[in-house]
Design a protein around this ligand. Structure first.
Ligand code: TUI
Length: 309
């Protein structure tokens, strides 16, 4: 399946791995790139040294292109932006904001830039400023989310832009890929489907929670703070939503969720961890290797879209 995205990124399959904070380290990114997709190191709230080390480690595991996601709410984002320009990583994806202030520097370093957007407005601004493609991410996604669904966002972004559009949110098998292509996307970004993979370097409880989740097992917290985040429901989401309903302050809510992603990924704390995952968790029933996941998704997509290549 050749598209403008596979050509742009020099990859075999039109699949970008989501830059999941704490979850997507160089092990996962290298595995995805080695399997023919585009692996992404999720820099989340990490500092610039961590990112530099991850990039170097990833280069030891793969000769294929890979990228780094910059979470723009991270206070270390300016230093990370510099490190990525110095290291001349192949691709940068961004999330949770507008990367406007960094684009020139990254372009001068020859880096392909793919902002993740949740609205047509930001998508258009990114194209105007020279982005190479955009990821249009629907609210089905895990983690920090926008308002629109993948089904509504993707075709509207496709119609508004000339550069390639990558669909994200709710895609975890070949049917999802085929559907995204029908909406005009030229690639997909998938995060949740890589959580229960062998190569994902996280606590086993996190993988098991995604595998055991049903269709209705994710919740969105933080709507009242303006930073909605989708996670697997547990004691933390219950408490958070109760406090939000009772009008808790930003400070109180921050206290509750402080370090909760770490608790999920490192400690496997099923009750108080923040297990970011998308609505498609209910579709994922087994732990497989990254290669198996990608090949089965692509086989199914190619069959649905009418034959190979
Ligand atoms: O960024 C994501 N997903 C994320 S980031 C993250 S780390 C985090 N941890 C704790 C709390 C909050 C975040 C976990 N998941 N996806 C891409 C995405 N970007 N979704 C929504 C947006 C977005 C939202 C508003 C992008 C831009 C925006 O407005 C910018 C503007 O200036 O218009």
């Amino acid at each position: 399946m050749k598209t403008r995205l596979t050509e742009l990124l020099n990859i075999e399959y039109p699949i970008i791995q989501g830059g999941m904070a704490w979850v997507a380290d160089f092990h996962l990114a290298a595995a995805v790139s080695n399997a023919g997709g585009l692996g992404i190191i999720g820099s989340g709230g990490a500092d610039a040294d961590w990112v530099r080390n991850q990039v170097k480690s990833c280069r030891e595991l793969t000769d294929k292109p890979f990228g780094v996601n910059v979470m723009l709410m991270n206070p270390h984002a300016p230093e990370i932006a510099d490190v990525l320009a110095e290291e001349k990583v192949a691709v940068i994806t961004t999330g949770a904001g507008s990367p406007e202030r960094y684009l020139k520097k990254w372009q001068e370093a020859g880096i392909k830039i793919i902002p993740v957007v949740a609205s047509v407005g930001l998508a258009k601004r990114m194209e105007k400023l020279g982005a190479d493609a955009v990821v249009a991410e629907g609210t089905e996604s895990g983690g920090h989310i926008g308002e629109l669904t993948t089904m509504t966002l993707v075709p509207q972004v496709v119609d508004a832009l000339s550069i390639p559009v990558v669909a994200a949110g709710g895609i975890a098998d070949g049917r999802g890929i085929a559907a995204a292509f029908m909406l005009g996307a030229e690639g997909v970004q998938c995060g949740t489907c890589f959580i229960p993979c062998e190569e994902t370097n996280i606590h086993q409880n996190y993988k098991d929670l995604v595998i055991k989740a049903s269709d209705i097992d994710t919740k969105v917290t933080g709507r009242s703070t303006g930073h909605p985040v989708r996670t697997i429901r547990n004691q933390l989401t219950k408490l958070y939503l109760k406090m939000e309903a009772e009008g808790a302050t930003l400070d109180e809510l921050e206290q509750l969720s402080l370090g909760s992603l770490r608790k999920a990924v490192l400690d496997g704390d099923k009750d108080m961890g923040s297990f970011m995952a998308g609505q498609i968790s209910g579709l994922l029933k087994e732990q497989v290797t990254v290669k198996e996941r990608i090949v089965s998704m692509m086989d199914q997509a190619e069959a649905l879209l009418g034959g190979k290549k």
